[in-house]
Design a protein around this ligand. Structure first.
Ligand code: PEP
Ligand code: MG
Length: 762
């Protein structure tokens, strides 16, 4: 590492310093360097952290502990993480680093200044990798002693169990990972809000500013209807101004946290920003937009007449059609295949064509798996590869679902991938655009096996939404990544993947008298997910795999051969006819409830009549479940259940969730896995929307939670429509959570704003 000092001031930092100051530090430095009024700050560099490790001898000790961690063993991982964190917090900080921090703090202000201390992880080989959800932040820190211990606590947070797991899964070498700590004056804004430097939908040169009293959190979270100002950059004047009735504000609460309080009547209808402040903010917005080259979403605050710019990031909603990942460099590259981008990310590697699951032994780390369609028995191979390409399938096929959770780029439905590509050929896969290129293109990193796509933007502010934003999980190893998104719970846990990964059908366990193994597998797998979401609801779905997915497994030979497995023996109808299989699942749930996992809810798939719900409940009662005091709900994925939803509500379902993957195929008769009709698979078909709209209204009338867990819930456009139509929660893929949360928050704010305006107009 370069000889970088222990401390860097914002003014000295540029984005190239990301290795020393982390993503957060680099972005603040960049903003300061272009003259934006960023609150004063300095960064305790990654090199300072390294020196601390070396001088205290901790690097060796940590290496010893971390070298042997089995990250899949939760208890061992937690224990190792606690040990390392203890070592870091208890070690004596070298005097030179201590003195540098103290001197910098003094330089910021004579009196003890209140600061925020935020950690920003960084890696030597991939400095701008996202370590979202692992950033420790300490607000309201005052005084040298408190500051020094907060810095050390930030350092220790590098070794949280979730952080270690995440890095292991991303393939980071532990010793190359560092942490920088940003120490910044805490701005207790008297007024604050957000600004779009161009119109967020049309891209017109109109600066949109929303502001309210107190901290910006009130505006960002949608707890208040803010004032709304439009500054026209062409005429350099304030156009539209809407003064809202601002009933509440968020203010600091003592030395810790914040609280929501009523705004005194005199300020409720007062205009928050003067024309001068609006013009000045718009000017700062323009500076940021010009510098970054794209319109920005800016957070600002004002204290005693001084404007501070707190954060600036690209607006994600302006119609963007251009290639994301490789854009420029890929223009000249030869496109070999087109399909659907099913799991985002770009990777280059050697083709390995798998025609039969028996051949998966040939798959090596970093290869690109090319196959007709993946099956659950291919999951171990899917874990190793850099990317996946299939001939068949659409956005909701097995390959798509599993790849998204593994964080492995995937292109599905290429039709001719297995014929056109050759073993050993080097290709580049763009899982966002659904393209396969010849050779290594655009410097796409040779993706490491299991490299997980970043789950959120480093340093983005938490967005709070009234509509719950939950996450879908199918494989327990994705639980930590799913939890790192900060999702409000799990809206769908598909348990068939817990079982099918072992290559044996449920029937095999039963006929080989291995029922207890089956129950244990389910229990352990579900528990991993429940543990990752303490206190948040986790809806576990009972088994639902079409018979063809069982075919290659032990016991698969006894599965009936069905002409159309999608319409066949699956979901709750199979369980109701196979009490042995249903009972074992219920046994696992019972044990989990008994062990105190009250946040577990059970969801029945493929129901088409309320009698099925009643029957399932009665069977569970017969096996000793206190059915009236546990959470039981249904999936709405057959038009019959959407049309007859009131019958289900009358018999006491506690929740309903749209399984749009199936609901769409059954409503418009388009096979979800058939690439020949993939372009007609339309989640927004009016018939589908009508079914969804009606069912939402019925659920609302009965006060029952109504959600979505099909792939359509991961599309921001659909999420906006669903929020407008009153859905109470949305469950999306891990990679989609950030954008869904943003779409939901904006829609909620817009609805509140429109309601307030309509009230004012009355
Ligand atoms: C659905 O049908 O939308 C769903 C979530 O279930 P699956 O994709 O497992 O059929
Ligand atoms: Mg389904």
């Amino acid at each position: 590492m370069k000889d970088v000092p222990n401390i860097l001031w914002l003014e000295e930092i540029r984005k190239e310093d990301i290795v020393s100051v982390g993503g957060k530090g680099a972005s603040l430095g960049e903003m300061a360097s272009i003259g934006l009024p960023v609150p004063p700050a300095f960064v305790v560099t990654a090199q300072a952290f390294r020196r601390f490790l070396v001088e205290t001898g901790l690097d060796q000790k940590i290496f010893k502990v971390s070298e042997n961690i089995d990250v899949e063993n939760n208890a061992a991982l937690e224990k190792a993480a606690d040990t390392i964190k203890g070592l870091v917090t208890k070690a004596k900080m070298p005097v030179a680093i201590k003195d540098d921090i103290k001197a910098s703090y003094k330089k910021m202000a004579q009196k003890d200044l209140i600061v925020a201390v935020r950690s920003s992880a960084t890696a030597e080989d991939l400095p701008d990798a996202s370590f979202a959800g692992q950033q420790e932040t300490y607000l309201n820190i005052r005084g040298e002693a408190a500051l020094l211990s907060a810095v050390q606590d930030c350092w220790a947070s590098l070794y949280g169990a979730r952080a270690i797991y995440y890095r292991a899964k991303q393939g980071f070498e532990e010793h190359t990972v560092n942490i920088a700590v940003v120490v910044q004056q805490l701005v207790h804004s008297e007024k604050a809000g957000v600004m779009f430097t161009s119109h967020p939908i049309s891209g017109e040169p109109l600066t949109i500013i929303e502001g309210s009293w107190g901290l910006g959190e009130a505006v960002v979270s949608g707890s208040v209807s803010p004032d709304h100002y439009v500054f026209d950059q062409r005429t350099e004047s304030v156009g539209e101004t809407t003064i809202a009735n601002k009933k509440v504000e968020i203010i600091p609460d003592g030395s810790h946290g914040t609280k929501l309080v009523p705004v005194d009547p005199a300020r409720q209808d007062a205009q928050v920003l003067s024309d001068g402040e609006i013009a000045k903010l718009a000017m700062y917005g323009k500076i940021a937009e010009n510098h970054y080259g794209v319109p920005q979403d800016v957070e600002w605050g004002i204290v005693a007449g001084t404007i501070y710019i707190l954060q600036s990031r690209p607006i994600t909603t302006i119609g963007k059609k251009e290639a994301k990942g490789m854009s420029g460099q890929s223009k000249d590259a030869k496109i070999l295949l087109k399909g659907q981008g099913a799991a985002p990310g770009i990777a280059t590697g050697k083709v390995v064509i798998i025609r039969d699951v028996k051949d998966t032994g040939a798959v090596k780390e970093g290869d690109i798996l090319v196959t007709r369609m993946t099956n659950p028995d291919m999951v171990p191979a899917m874990r190793k590869v850099a990317a996946i390409v299939t001939d068949e399938g659409g956005m909701t096929c097995h390959a798509a679902i599993v790849s998204r959770e593994l964080g492995t780029p995937a292109v599905v439905g290429t039709k001719t991938g297995t014929q056109q590509l050759k073993n050993g050929q080097v290709i580049t896969v763009d899982g966002e655009l659904g393209l396969v290129y010849e050779g290594a293109v655009g410097g796409a990193a040779q993706a490491k096996a299991g490299a997980a796509a970043p789950v959120a933007v480093v340093g983005s502010a938490p967005i709070i939404t009234a509509t719950s934003v939950k996450v879908n999980v199918s494989i327990p190893e994705a639980a930590a990544r799913a939890a790192a998104t900060g999702a409000d719970g799990v809206g769908l846990l598909r348990i068939e993947h817990l079982i099918l990964g072992l290559n044996k059908t449920p029937g095999w366990y039963i006929s080989n008298h291995k029922e207890e193994d089956f129950v244990k597998e389910l229990y352990e797998g579900i528990k991993i997910v429940l543990d990752a979401f303490p206190g948040k609801t986790v809806w576990v779905r009972t088994l639902d795999a079409p018979t063809d997915e069982f075919r290659n497994m032990a016991g698969g030979e006894n599965e009936p051969i069905e002409h159309n497995p999608m319409l066949g023996w699956r979901g709750i109808r199979r369980d109701l006819q196979s009490p042995d299989q249903f009972r074992l699942q219920v046994e696992a749930f019972k044990r989990l409830w008994k062990a105190g996992y009250e946040h577990l809810g059970v969801m029945f798939p493929m129901v088409s009549h309320s009698d099925q719900f009643i029957k399932a409940k009665e069977m569970m009662r017969g096996w000793g479940v206190d059915v009236d005091n546990v959470t039981l709900g249904i999936m709405i994925e057959i038009p019959a259940s959407a049309i007859m939803i009131e019958d289900f509500l009358k018999v006491g379902i506690k929740f309903a969730s749209f399984g749009t993957n199936d609901l769409i195929q059954y409503t418009i008769a388009i096979d979800r896995n058939n690439e020949n009709v993939a372009d007609m698979y339309n989640p927004q078909h009016p018939a589908v929307l009508t079914l969804i709209h009606n069912a939402i209204q019925q659920c609302r009338a009965y006060g029952v939670e109504c959600s979505i867990c099909g792939q359509a819930g991961s599309d921001p456009k659909m999420a906006i429509w669903l929020v407008e139509h009153g859905i109470t929660s949305i469950s999306a893929n891990i990679d989609a959570i950030a954008k869904i949360r943003e779409a939901v928050a904006k829609t909620e704010k817009r609805i509140i704003l429109e309601a307030a305006r309509n009230r004012d107009a009355e």
